[in-house]
Structure formats: structure tokens, C-alpha cells
Design a protein. Structure first.
Ligand code: ATP
Ligand code: ATP
Ligand code: MG
Ligand code: MG
Ligand code: MG
Ligand code: MG
Length: 257
């Protein structure tokens, strides 16, 4: 018969694989809402873009940056958010499962707590959940490529969804809308929007076209006579182009270690 008092701590720990993330690389935690196609329908999100839903995502991301000091930047679109940790972060000794689960659970519970702030009239019908993954990016060029990739995806999806929902709202079936858009390139979609619906894609809200970036920035405190009294850091949400160099050039500390 087994004596449970003899089970050794070291022995049980042998079965835990450690999944340590590569040192001196940028760790990106990307979370994504599970089945948000359904969630957005059940909760009656505006299509193609519910601005309040995006702002709730952004507010939850702000809370994540305030909670986890090592997270230096985040980029969000639709039901996803990417969080990047500083290169030399030692959070959870860089163990992937702890980092991912801590970030994703903090984000999810914040999303639920803040729901009524953004949807005071809408009851939350069921608990949403998010999945998360960790990926290491080893060089400055590659981490820049990562964010460019996400923002390009934002543009492509937003353009498609804007056309799709305009067609559906104008009376086309979802199948008809899909087949009208099949194989079309960006210029054709822009043309469709302007010719059929009088919409200039480039004038749509920048939060829809560019997604949202969250980072620590200096906040200037201005006194009555207009003198800058002091500046302290604060988490801000903005919608810059993160494909080109301008934003990163203006914020050189974000991707510095
Ligand atoms: P999965 O579980 O595989 O992620 P999913 O249904 O969440 O499946 P996604 O590819 O992540 O699929 O797409 C998210 C979907 O959620 C979008 O296609 C859109 O229908 C909906 N959605 C997310 N955010 C918004 C928003 N702010 N406004 C309107 N719809 C949204
Ligand atoms: P870590 O972040 O490392 O997990 P921790 O503070 O959560 O730190 P644990 O070893 O997980 O530490 O211990 C959980 C602690 O939470 C307990 O020591 C206890 O103080 C408190 N706690 C958890 N559940 C209860 C409960 N049901 N009643 C009272 N205290 C509780
Ligand atoms: Mg997913
Ligand atoms: Mg999803
Ligand atoms: Mg998604
Ligand atoms: Mg613990």
C-alpha cells in the first residue's frame, strides 16, 4: 500500500515541462476572443465595427499595462490584442504558461468588470473567454514586422467587412455579398464603397482603419499660467500607423530594453 506522505515534491515536479521562452527576445502575448463571431451576435454588436466594444477592449488593455510593468506596448484590433514585454523581462522567469495565463485571465476579468461601463444598457449574456499564446521575436526588424503584419491584417479585414456589411445593409444576402467581394483587391473595394455607397474609405474613423496602440507616454501637467509644471507617465491609447517609421521614431524607448 502506498504511503502518500512519501510522495516527494521533486518527484512530482519532474513531470512539469518548463517551457522557458528564449532570453533577450521580445515576448509577444497575443490574446483573441473565443467564438466572438457568436459573442458579438448574442451581444448585438454594431456591424462591422462596434466602437464601444473596441473601447472596452482598449480599456482592458490599458489595465493590463498598468498591472504588468514589463509590458511596454500593445496593439489591438477586433477581438484580439498583442502585448509585448521588454526584451530582458524576467516575469515568471519567462515561463510561457504562467505569463500567458496571467495576462489572459487578467484581461478577461477586466473585460467583464468594465462591461457595464461601456454597455450600461446591455446585459452581459454569458462569460466571454479569450485564448492566448506567446511567441518570441528575436530582432528589432522582426518585432516591427510583427506589428506591421497585424496592422495590415486590420486594414484588409476592415475593408472587407465594411464592404460586406454595406452590401448586406443595402439588401443583399450574405451569400450575394460574399460572391460580389470574392477575388476583389483593395482598389476595387474602395471603388465599390465610393460608387455604390458614397463612402470614402479613408474618412472612416481611424480607430477602425488603424486599430489601437497602447503604451506609456509622458503626460504634461500645465499650470494656470501655461507653464509646464511636471510630466509623469501615463498609459495612453492612440491609433497611429505602426507600419511606417514615424511612430517608432517618435517613441524610441518603447522597443528599447
Ligand atoms: P475564434 O474563436 O477562432 O477566434 P472568432 O469567432 O472569435 O473565432 P475571429 O476571427 O477572432 O473569430 O473574429 C472575431 C469576430 O468577432 C469578427 O469576425 C467579428 O464578427 C466579431 N467582432 C469582434 N469585435 C467586434 C466589434 N468591435 N464589432 C463588431 N464585431 C466584432
Ligand atoms: P502567487 O501569486 O505566487 O500564487 P499567492 O499569494 O496567490 O501568490 P499561494 O501560494 O497561491 O500564494 O496561496 C494562496 C493564498 O491565498 C493563501 O496563502 C491564502 O492566504 C489565500 N487564500 C486563498 N484561498 C483562500 C480562502 N478560501 N480563504 C482564505 N484565504 C485564502
Ligand atoms: Mg482564436
Ligand atoms: Mg476570436
Ligand atoms: Mg480575432
Ligand atoms: Mg501562483
Amino acid at each position: 500500500e502506498q504511503n502518500v506522505n512519501n510522495i516527494k515534491h521533486e518527484y512530482m515536479k519532474l513531470f512539469q515541462s518548463e517551457n522557458m521562452l528564449l532570453p533577450f527576445t521580445w515576448i509577444v502575448i497575443r490574446i483573441d476572443g473565443s467564438h466572438f463571431h457568436r459573442f458579438s451576435e448574442v451581444q448585438g454588436f454594431e456591424k462591422p465595427n462596434d466602437e464601444q466594444a473596441l473601447k472596452l477592449m482598449n480599456a482592458s488593455a490599458v489595465a493590463v499595462l498598468e498591472e504588468f510593468n514589463d509590458i511596454v506596448f500593445a496593439y489591438g484590433v477586433s477581438d484580439e490584442y498583442s502585448f509585448v514585454l521588454k526584451k530582458n523581462s524576467q516575469l515568471f522567469q519567462r515561463r510561457a504558461s504562467e505569463i500567458v495565463s496571467a495576462v489572459v485571465s487578467f484581461f478577461s476579468s477586466t473585460y467583464v468588470i468594465k462591461w457595464k461601463e461601456f454597455f450600461p444598457e446591455k446585459e452581459l449574456k454569458y462569460p466571454p473567454n479569450f485564448d492566448g499564446r506567446a511567441v518570441c521575436y528575436p530582432s528589432y526588424e522582426i518585432i516591427r514586422d510583427y506589428f506591421a503584419w497585424r496592422q495590415v491584417d486590420c486594414h484588409i479585414n476592415n475593408q472587407y467587412n465594411t464592404c460586406f456589411w454595406m452590401l448586406v445593409k443595402s439588401g443583399k444576402s450574405t451569400r450575394e455579398a460574399q460572391s460580389l467581394l470574392k477575388g476583389t483587391q483593395a482598389p476595387e473595394k474602395n471603388q465599390m464603397l465610393s460608387q455604390l455607397f458614397g463612402i470614402d474609405y479613408n474618412t472612416l474613423p481611424v480607430i477602425f482603419r488603424n486599430g489601437s496602440s497602447v503604451f506609456w507616454d509622458k503626460e504634461m501637467m500645465v499650470t494656470d499660467n501655461g507653464v509646464i509644471a511636471k510630466s509623469h507617465k501615463k498609459v495612453v491609447v492612440d491609433h497611429p500607423n505602426i507600419i511606417e517609421d514615424d511612430f517608432w521614431g517618435a517613441h524610441p524607448l518603447i522597443l528599447e530594453t
